[in-house]
Design a protein around this ligand. Structure first.
Ligand code: SF4
Length: 166
């Protein structure tokens, strides 16, 4: 896996104070992409044990309630198990995990590699960014087609259930 940066304290993505990992590589190429330089799979640094230690250390801060995964496309980080392994560790720390993807949730259900990552998340924000549907008033997403999905409830009830935004 490769990544661009780790943001130690992020209050702009997801609820509460969170750590954010920006991975690199995304094949969606949405026109108007907010992180175009992160579409390149060769961009950024190679993920290693130091990167892992850094993020785990930041997550130990009691103020931090969870981890965000942004990119790039986190669900295309299946060239190795780095991301899945990290998420398993973070879950054990009792921190929430939110992931932003350009894929549609229902399209991922039969894809074992993507589900290995999704299953570790509490919430995913799905769907590509669509410029014509851009709405700056939306919480946690950029365009109206994107959904904020409760992963655990959706998998348990076998239907897509939106996250309660209260
Ligand atoms: S999915 Fe996200 S990172 Fe990828 S092209 Fe679309 S907006 Fe950019």
């Amino acid at each position: 896996m490769r990544y661009f940066k780790i943001r130690r304290l992020d209050v702009t993505n997801g609820p509460g104070v969170r750590v954010t990992l920006f991975v690199t590589g995304c094949s969606h190429k949405c026109p108007g992409c907010f992180n175009e330089e992160l579409q390149d799979f060769e961009a950024g640094k190679i993920w290693d044990s130091k990167s892992r230690d850094e993020i785990i250390e930041y997550l130990k801060n009691p103020m931090v309630v969870g981890l965000n995964l942004l990119g790039g496309e986190p669900l295309e980080q299946t060239m190795d198990t780095s991301l899945r392994d990290l998420l398993r560790e973070v879950r054990a720390m009792d921190k929430s995990i939110w992931l932003w993807t350009g894929f549609i949730f229902e399209d991922c259900l039969e894809d074992e590699d993507k589900m290995d990552i999704i299953k570790e998340c509490d919430v995913i924000i799905d769907g590509p960014f669509i410029k014509a549907k851009r709405n700056i008033k939306l919480k946690y997403r950029g365009s109206e087609n994107q959904r904020v999905i409760d992963v655990e409830k959706s998998l348990k009830e076998n239907k897509t259930i939106l996250h309660d935004m209260k």
